[in-house]
Design a protein around this ligand. Structure first.
Ligand SMILES: [Cu+2]
Length: 93
Protein backbone atom coordinates (compact mmCIF):
# COMPACT_ATOMS: atom_id res chain seq x y z
CA UNK A 1 0.00 0.00 0.00
CA UNK A 2 1.23 3.40 -0.93
CA UNK A 3 -0.08 6.88 -0.44
CA UNK A 4 -0.15 9.84 -2.77
CA UNK A 5 -1.23 13.41 -2.23
CA UNK A 6 -2.65 15.36 -5.15
CA UNK A 7 -3.02 19.10 -4.98
CA UNK A 8 -6.19 20.17 -6.80
CA UNK A 9 -6.69 23.92 -6.37
CA UNK A 10 -9.66 23.94 -8.78
CA UNK A 11 -12.09 22.32 -6.40
CA UNK A 12 -14.31 24.72 -4.57
CA UNK A 13 -17.39 22.94 -3.24
CA UNK A 14 -18.75 19.63 -2.04
CA UNK A 15 -19.76 18.75 -5.57
CA UNK A 16 -16.15 18.93 -6.70
CA UNK A 17 -15.18 16.75 -3.75
CA UNK A 18 -17.70 14.10 -4.76
CA UNK A 19 -16.68 14.23 -8.42
CA UNK A 20 -13.00 13.76 -7.66
CA UNK A 21 -13.70 11.15 -5.02
CA UNK A 22 -15.74 9.13 -7.52
CA UNK A 23 -13.26 9.55 -10.36
CA UNK A 24 -10.45 8.16 -8.24
CA UNK A 25 -12.35 5.52 -6.31
CA UNK A 26 -13.45 3.77 -9.50
CA UNK A 27 -9.87 3.23 -10.62
CA UNK A 28 -8.52 -0.28 -10.17
CA UNK A 29 -5.89 -0.35 -7.47
CA UNK A 30 -7.22 2.65 -5.59
CA UNK A 31 -8.13 1.62 -2.07
CA UNK A 32 -9.18 4.82 -0.38
CA UNK A 33 -9.65 8.45 -1.32
CA UNK A 34 -9.77 11.34 1.10
CA UNK A 35 -10.55 14.78 -0.21
CA UNK A 36 -9.90 17.82 1.93
CA UNK A 37 -11.70 20.82 0.54
CA UNK A 38 -10.06 23.28 2.94
CA UNK A 39 -6.52 22.43 1.90
CA UNK A 40 -7.48 21.37 -1.67
CA UNK A 41 -5.58 18.17 -1.15
CA UNK A 42 -6.59 14.69 -2.20
CA UNK A 43 -5.05 11.79 -0.40
CA UNK A 44 -5.11 8.49 -2.21
CA UNK A 45 -4.18 5.11 -0.84
CA UNK A 46 -3.42 2.68 -3.61
CA UNK A 47 -1.70 -0.52 -4.64
CA UNK A 48 1.48 0.44 -6.54
CA UNK A 49 1.39 -2.88 -8.44
CA UNK A 50 -1.93 -1.92 -10.02
CA UNK A 51 -1.80 1.80 -10.60
CA UNK A 52 0.63 4.70 -10.76
CA UNK A 53 0.30 8.43 -10.25
CA UNK A 54 -0.15 9.36 -13.97
CA UNK A 55 -3.38 7.33 -14.10
CA UNK A 56 -4.69 9.07 -11.02
CA UNK A 57 -3.74 12.48 -12.35
CA UNK A 58 -5.44 11.55 -15.60
CA UNK A 59 -8.64 10.59 -13.82
CA UNK A 60 -8.74 13.95 -12.04
CA UNK A 61 -8.03 15.76 -15.32
CA UNK A 62 -10.78 13.81 -17.06
CA UNK A 63 -13.16 14.89 -14.32
CA UNK A 64 -12.36 18.47 -15.27
CA UNK A 65 -9.80 19.48 -12.69
CA UNK A 66 -6.16 20.43 -12.84
CA UNK A 67 -3.64 18.61 -10.71
CA UNK A 68 -1.17 21.26 -9.61
CA UNK A 69 1.15 19.05 -7.63
CA UNK A 70 1.72 15.43 -6.71
CA UNK A 71 3.56 14.29 -3.65
CA UNK A 72 4.26 10.73 -2.80
CA UNK A 73 4.23 10.01 0.86
CA UNK A 74 5.76 6.58 1.25
CA UNK A 75 5.42 4.42 4.29
CA UNK A 76 7.42 5.83 7.18
CA UNK A 77 11.02 4.71 7.11
CA UNK A 78 13.14 3.98 10.10
CA UNK A 79 14.90 7.15 11.12
CA UNK A 80 18.61 7.10 10.69
CA UNK A 81 20.66 7.72 13.73
CA UNK A 82 23.95 9.49 13.86
CA UNK A 83 23.06 12.39 11.67
CA UNK A 84 21.87 13.43 8.30
CA UNK A 85 22.09 11.08 5.32
CA UNK A 86 23.63 13.77 3.10
CA UNK A 87 26.84 13.40 5.05
CA UNK A 88 26.86 16.85 6.66
CA UNK A 89 27.26 15.17 10.06
CA UNK A 90 24.41 17.09 11.65
CA UNK A 91 23.48 15.32 14.83
CA UNK A 92 19.87 14.50 15.61
CA UNK A 93 20.55 14.42 19.31
CU1 LIG B 1 -17.68 22.37 -7.02
Amino acid sequence: MQELTLSVPDMSCQHCVNTIDKALTQLPGVEQVQVDLATKLVQVQYQPEQIASPQMEGAVSNAGYTVADVKSTPMPVVQQQGGCSCGCQTSNN
